[in-house]
Design a protein around this ligand. Structure first.
Ligand code: FE2
Ligand code: FE2
Length: 312
């Protein structure tokens, strides 16, 4: 197709990307690619109007992020260091520190509920970047990271399955209706980055920050669960977090030294997209952390329905 993309078949006003209507709609449209919804005709996945609406919402959210996030012009070879600085200089709220210091079992159960939409299919959205990269250092490093995420092809060891064990140990019943827009947004932004070849750089930047900001928080969540639970239940609940402490120590180096460095060498014209993806995850995760801590400091639930929360 030459020239500008065709306008999408919608002329009304969209809700703002942070709103519940926007996030629930986009999340449902994106999630159909990963798994079916009970009672929904699977053909909706690629029905033209659903695809068009998904594209419209994804572009609106992307445009809003690009407007609000400042990514200073950076030479391609300096992007890995810039991302390192972005991560180490982040003075945003630390949810894991709050949980370690003040968290009760009810908070951990809520936290697990929030993370369920992502972690029950952990690593899948980033995997969409694999066929969008040419063979080379970045693709090899991405594959190494993803293989670990899938448990090195060993049944029962994928991070998604380990998370399911945590869910069972904490007796949480994941319920998407309890998950607020601020949480859905952490998913819809990533799903968007994974859905387009044009955004492969943003997907790589997102994954790099994801890996580079994991080890300490995961260690704190594991320690919190051991403080709150006993014996076998503590071991089972904490295993997902323990595994990440070990795996992500390796992944963060691989992500920075191989994946990011390889990507900007191979695609220098897309280096700033990597920064955009990195800034985007930091922004939406910062909003997510603030939301949880603000609610918990007030003594209220961070979920949409209080009935399903703080029930421990
Ligand atoms: Fe993982
Ligand atoms: Fe990882």
């Amino acid at each position: 197709m030459r020239g500008a993309a065709r306008p999408l078949p919608y002329s009304g006003r969209l809700p703002v990307p942070a709103s519940e209507d926007f996030q629930v709609t986009l999340w449902v449209l994106q999630e159909m690619i990963f798994r079916p919804f009970q009672g929904v005709d699977p053909r909706w996945e690629d029905e033209a109007s659903a695809v068009a609406l998904r594209g419209l919402l994804e572009r609106a959210q992307e445009a809003e992020l690009r407007t609000n996030l400042f990514c200073p012009p950076t030479a391609a070879q300096d992007v890995p260091e810039a991302i390192k600085q972005m991560v180490t200089g982040n003075e945003g709220p630390s949810l894991s520190r709050w949980v370690e210091e003040h968290g009760r079992l009810a908070h951990m159960r809520e936290f697990v509920m929030h993370r369920s939409p992502y972690q029950r299919k952990e690593a899948d959205p980033h995997s969409f970047a694999i066929p969008r990269l040419d063979a080379g250092r970045a693709k090899s490093a991405l594959l190494k990271i993803q293989l670990d995420e899938y448990g090195n092809a060993e049944a029962g060891q994928s991070h998604a399955e380990l998370f399911a064990e945590t869910v069972r140990a904490l007796d949480v019943r994941p319920d998407i209706d309890c998950v607020p827009a601020v949480t859905l947004r952490t998913n819809t932004v990533l799903n968007t980055f994974g859905s387009s070849r044009r955004l492969r750089g943003a997907c790589i930047g997102h994954l790099a920050v994801f890996e580079m900001t994991s080890v300490e928080p995961m260690a704190r969540y594991a320690a919190t669960l051991r403080r709150l639970l006993d014996g076998d239940t503590a071991t089972k609940a904490a295993r997902f977090y323990d595994v990440h402490v070990a795996a992500d120590g390796f992944h963060q180096e691989l992500a920075l030294d191989e994946m990011l460095t390889g990507f900007v060498e191979q695609y220098p014209n897309e280096a700033e997209e990597v920064l955009f993806g990195a800034a985007a995850i930091m922004s939406v995760e910062g909003d997510f952390s603030r939301h949880l801590m603000q609610r918990w400091e007030k003594g209220t639930s961070s979920l949409r329905s209080r009935a399903a929360a703080l029930a421990a």
